[in-house]
Write a protein that binds this ligand. Sequence first.
Ligand SMILES: Nc1ncnc2c1ncn2[C@@H]1O[C@H](COP(=O)(O)OP(=O)(O)OP(=O)(O)O)[C@@H](O)[C@H]1O
Ligand SMILES: [Mg+2]
Length: 262
Amino acid sequence: MGSAKLEARGLGKRFKTRGQVVDALLGVDLSLGDREFVSVIGPSGCGKSTLFNIFAGLETPTSGDVLLDGRTTVGADLLGRVGYMPQQDLLMPWRNILDNTILGLEVAGVSKRVARERALDLFPLFGLSGFEKRYPDDLSGGMRQRAALLRTFLAGRDVILLDEPFGALDSLTRAGMQQWLLRIWEEHRKTILFVTHDVDEALYLSDRVYAMSKRPGRVTQILEVDIPRPRAYDVITSEPFIEMKQVLLEQLRLAHGPGKAA
Ligand SMILES: Nc1ncnc2c1ncn2[C@@H]1O[C@H](COP(=O)(O)OP(=O)(O)OP(=O)(O)O)[C@@H](O)[C@H]1O
Ligand SMILES: [Mg+2]
């Protein structure tokens, strides 16, 4: 791939805590092209969040490189360069939804007034109109996720990392959110890297899917999803989709090792 927006080359991460050594990632190569939607799928504990933390500059790799816009970028220099929605939505319970969504802008030094104006412009698109003054506890799971996504989008980065944003949602809400996210992605021309445990979700959303092994996480398969866009949701029952799903499920079964279901 010519010019990747974000790239991992031979990335490894070893944690040492209280005398214990955990190899979380081993030799991970991954490439995210401009305006691509790419997913990472793999068993729990295989290092997906660790990979995202490295891309976001919150962890430093033990080996390998991260390239942003083709330039090797390390540790703290990555901070604030990509949009990141961590696995927990981290909405602050004492701030209303509007003020939760502007957090990233405030940290970046934008005045509250300007930040609120920018956020309010996006409330309809994120299905949150009328909930500006409500508190996170009053919102449904889907709405909380959309508020966290709005905050991530507002920060204005080209590349956005989403770590299992829909993991806690029921399947109907989740399907709705997936279709909505694709619309937003298409309209806003973002580059998205997405973590999920759900094979349908990975295939439906992505241009490419990286399957990872159990810990230490390595890339075991790269699957190009050559299904035309825009994708209607019923594409998930089409023959090419189901064939890809079988390939991916088999890969994940292997990744889990013997004796465990995928
Ligand atoms: N800060 C840390 N210190 C020590 N060990 C860590 C740290 N962060 C992660 N680990 C370990 O690294 C491994 C990978 O963790 P990580 O959270 O990246 O997995 P994951 O693929 O995101 O899992 P899940 O799908 O459950 O979210 C785990 O064994 C975890 O315990
Ligand atoms: Mg995780």
